[in-house]
Design a protein around this ligand. Structure first.
Ligand code: SAH
Length: 353
């Protein structure tokens, strides 16, 4: 049992069963024992690998799409370039390298990173040496300026609630304690009104709702529609939330979410329908497209071929494998998806049309 399991057990003994959303928040961001507070999470030596850690080409493609949108919107000056949950800072470092030669882009830019973990902030600081960076704890603290925002694998770690359809109606999945161990259990029946769109779900089905993701998406849409700019959001998930997707990863392997509190990454599939509907109420949202299609449209294959000319042996093999991993439908190409948000009436970023 981990130190954090004991804390969670005590909390449940005091206040009763805990929703999955609260469990996720404690596991990931507990100020002392949280996963992102303590761990060297990302990359080959960590617990999971993300697209920017696989190849520099991922950030380069996104950087060019963002800079093109900035040009299309008339080069607003000053503007904010921001990232939600930047991890090791690799994606932003690649975006900055790729946009260095875009005239005035870096001169007009104010760089902001939204990050909840101080450990992660230190990594980002090291990766972005030489740049003036402002860290924000909250999205809503960003200055009211045109905003060019990226978020990769950020929404999947935002808290979800899970509900199961039973003979009593919809019951929230909770975490309780039995024989001094954490276990999943069902809470009391909830009003069916919240589940109008899933009214036909067969008994036994589970739905996941992330009000946190919806709130972020709405705030991003409002900011961008008012101030200009664009958001590019990439994550793993489906159009519609479907079944139990809570997943814990440690050393690149799936583990039991309840036995590794604070020691494994905890995520859930992102519902692109929910992200889209929230932002669409206040801004213009693209169709949801697959990561493979997005990167191909931006020219990742031509970029890969150009980079490969200077490579040989195992470096070349690794490079080819990285291109395949990012784009192939059987790897990250299809499971990972992308959407863009722009002000109403404006063009979508390159790669989305
Ligand atoms: N985008 C990076 C890392 C993804 S891991 C990449 O693609 O490699 C998720 C990141 O989001 C971590 O840096 C984590 O500390 C941060 N994070 C998680 N929840 C957060 C929240 N509510 N607010 C701000 N940052 C958060």
């Amino acid at each position: 049992m981990t130190a954090l399991s004991n804390i969670i057990i005590k909390q449940i003994e005091r206040f009763g069963p805990m929703p999955v959303s609260e469990f996720m928040t404690l596991c990931l961001l507990h100020p002392e024992h949280g996963y992102y507070t303590n761990r060297d999470a990302l990359g080959a030596s960590g617990d999971f690998t993300t697209a920017p850690e696989i190849s520099q080409m991922f950030g380069e493609m996104i950087g060019l799409s963002v800079a093109q949108t900035w040009l299309d919107q008339g080069m607003p000056t000053p503007f904010v370039l921001a990232e939600l949950g930047p991890g090791n800072g690799t994606l932003m470092a690649d975006i900055l390298r790729a946009t260095k030669s875009v005239p005035n882009f870096h001169v007009a830019m104010q760089l902001h990173l939204i990050e909840a973990s101080s450990q992660m902030k230190q990594r980002q600081e090291a990766a972005l040496k030489g740049y003036e960076v402002t860290w924000q704890n909250y999205f809503t603290d960003l200055p009211q300026l045109p905003l060019f925002l990226v978020a990769n694998e950020f929404f999947d770690c935002l808290p979800i609630k899970q509900y199961r359809r039973t003979s009593k109606g919809w019951q929230e999945q909770m975490i309780g304690v039995e024989n001094s161990k954490l276990h999943f259990m069902l809470g009391t029946a909830t009003s069916a009104e919240a589940f109008a769109s899933t009214i036909d779900a067969p008994k036994g089905d589970m739905v996941e709702i992330s009000s946190s993701s919806a709130a972020f998406s709405l705030a991003i849409g409002q900011h961008i529609n008012t101030n200009g700019g664009c958001a590019i959001i990439i994550d793993y998930g489906e159009w519609d939330s479907n079944g139990d997707s809570l997943q814990a990863l440690k050393n690149h392997t799936k583990v039991d979410p309840l036995s590794n509190c604070g020691e494994a990454d905890l995520t859930a599939h992102v519902s692109f329908k929910d992200l889209t509907n929230s932002a669409n109420a206040v801004a213009h949202v693209s169709e949801t497209i697959s990561q493979g299609v997005f990167l191909e449209r931006l020219g990742i294959t031509q970029r890969a071929q150009k980079l490969s000319k200077k490579m040989a042996g195992s470096t070349l093999e690794k490079h080819i494998a990285a291109h395949k991993r990012l784009t192939h439908p059987n790897e990250m190409g299809k499971l990972f998806k992308a959407i863009a948000i722009v002000p109403r009436g404006l063009e979508l970023p390159a790669g989305f049309n």
